[in-house]
Each structure stands twice: as C-alpha cells, then as structure tokens.
Design a protein around this ligand. Structure first.
Ligand SMILES: C[S@@+](CC[C@H](N)C(=O)[O-])C[C@H]1O[C@@H](n2cnc3c(N)ncnc32)[C@H](O)[C@@H]1O
Length: 245
C-alpha cells in the first residue's frame, strides 16, 4: 500500500517544500544523469531531479516512474519527460536505458525480499548491457531512526501563507530489517492532522551486494555519503553504483 504522504494529493503537493533534496544529492546524481543518454528514475516522486536535468540541458530520453498518482501529478507539470504510473516491479522496458536511479531513499520502500527481487530484475531488464544503476539507502549502522522522534519537527510554508508542520514517531523500532514510523502533518488551514505511516527496509552493504549479484549486477562503486567518502560504520548512507552484466 502506498504511504499517505505519497497518495494524498494535499501531502504530495507539499513534498518538495518539506523534503527539499540536499545539495549534495543533486551534486552526486546530476552529473551521472547528464553523462547518460537515456535515464530511468524509479520512484521519481515529484520528478524534481529529472526536471533539473532537463533544465540543465539534458537532450536525451528522461523517464520517471512512480506508483503514487498524486506524486506523479506533480511530476507531470514538467513537460518533455515521460512520466509513468507504476511500481518498480511492473516495469516492462527491455534494454532501453543506460542509467537507472532510485533517489531520496526510494530503494528503502522495497520492503519484502520478493518485492526487492522483482524490482531489481525489472530495473536490470530495463538497462542496456553495461548500463548503470545508482541508488542510496540509509546505512543501518548509523541508526537514523533514533533521530525520528517527536522532537524532530519539519516545517514549510504551503504557498498560501500557512505553516505546515511534520512531526515523527517510531511505531516499531529496527528489528534487524525494517523500521515502522508515522509522520503527523498539521496545518492551521486543516480541520484535523493527517497521519502517514511508513515502513522502510534497512539493508547493509553485504545484503545489497547479494541482491544485486542475484539480479545480474556487479558492484562498481560504493560510498558512505554523497561526497563520495568511504563507507564506514558511521557513514549516513550506502550510495551504490552497480553495472548490469
Ligand atoms: C521518499 S520518496 C522519493 C522520491 C524521489 N525519488 C525523490 O528523490 O524525492 C519515495 C518514492 O517511492 C515511491 N514508491 C513507493 N513504492 C514504490 C515502488 N514499489 N516502486 C517504485 N517507487 C515506489 C513513492 O510513491 C515515492 O514517490
């Protein structure tokens, strides 16, 4: 089931304001996109990254895929890019792209082994021989969920002068595989708060390597952050570039 933060048109409309990508994320992915002829963004959300690539002069094929119609409705505001409504496993492209990306920790929404395997197989099939798959997932050793407490408040203007606030609460802590948490959205313009519940999977580097190998990828590069620092136990991210073999 799609999280309410993606399926609710009101919350999807606030996504880019509340969760603007860090500069380092764009600095990492944009050069990869600009260097590729054809790019598939899996779990593209509001499509901001592909739109930035087009604005920066990417002249090739850009295609974004997301199962949440409300997120994709935001993406569709950007012309000249293919937007497809669907989940990663439903991809039916065959050897059409030389780069696939999953950004904004979209990889972590693939919770079950079967779902993850199906998604990786579909991404692999969509890539040409030698094509690359770049994505990041939060490093479980850095235990980011310990900072997702009610004290963590995000806020942004909704564009109409109302301040929307988001607070976090852990529902089920890390069990060696997943974390379940809620985000509570509040606005003075709404009658009641909106609650969005999410489950995210936290894979370590060994499991990532295993799933990638099974799906027909070889690990090309792996970093602990978007500045291409080494992966250590304290690294916030596991940033991976894999090549289709
Ligand atoms: C955290 S958002 C990231 C969006 C975007 N990539 C970004 O960087 O802002 C995760 C996205 O993954 C999408 N998603 C959920 N399930 C998915 C699936 N099975 N396959 C692909 N995307 C999925 C959600 O709808 C959501 O838009």
């Amino acid at each position: 089931m799609t999280d309410r933060q993606y399926s609710d048109a009101r919350l999807a409309g606030l996504y880019d304001r509340l969760f603007p990508p860090a500069r380092a994320t764009g600095d990492f992915y944009l050069p990869l996109i600009m260097a590729a002829r054809s790019v598939l963004d899996v779990g593209c959300g509001t499509g901001a990254l592909l739109a930035a690539a087009r604005d920066a002069g990417h002249a090739g094929r850009l295609c974004g895929l997301d199962p949440a119609a409300a997120m994709l409705a935001q993406a569709c505001a950007h012309a000249g890019i293919e937007w497809i409504c669907g989940g990663a496993a439903a991809l039916s492209f065959s050897h059409e792209f030389d780069l696939a990306i999953m950004t904004g920790h979209a990889f972590q929404v693939l919770v079950g082994d079967a779902e993850l395997r199906a998604a990786l197989a579909a991404v692999r099939a969509a890539l040409e021989e030698g094509g690359r798959f770049a994505f990041e997932t939060r490093n479980p050793q850095a235990r980011a969920w310990e900072r997702w407490t009610p004290q963590r408040i995000l806020q942004a203007d909704d564009g109409q002068g109302n301040t929307v606030r988001v607070t976090f609460a852990i529902e089920a802590p890390f069990d060696g595989r997943t974390v379940t948490f809620s985000q509570i959205y509040q606005s003075p313009a709404w009658d009641a708060p909106c609650l969005s519940r999410s489950v995210l999977r936290f894979l370590d580097a060994a499991d990532i390597a295993r799933f990638l190998a099974e799906a027909g990828f070889v690990l090309e590069e792996q970093f602990g952050d978007f500045d291409r620092g080494p992966l250590t136990p304290a690294s916030p991210e596991i940033v991976t570039i894999a090549r289709a073999r």
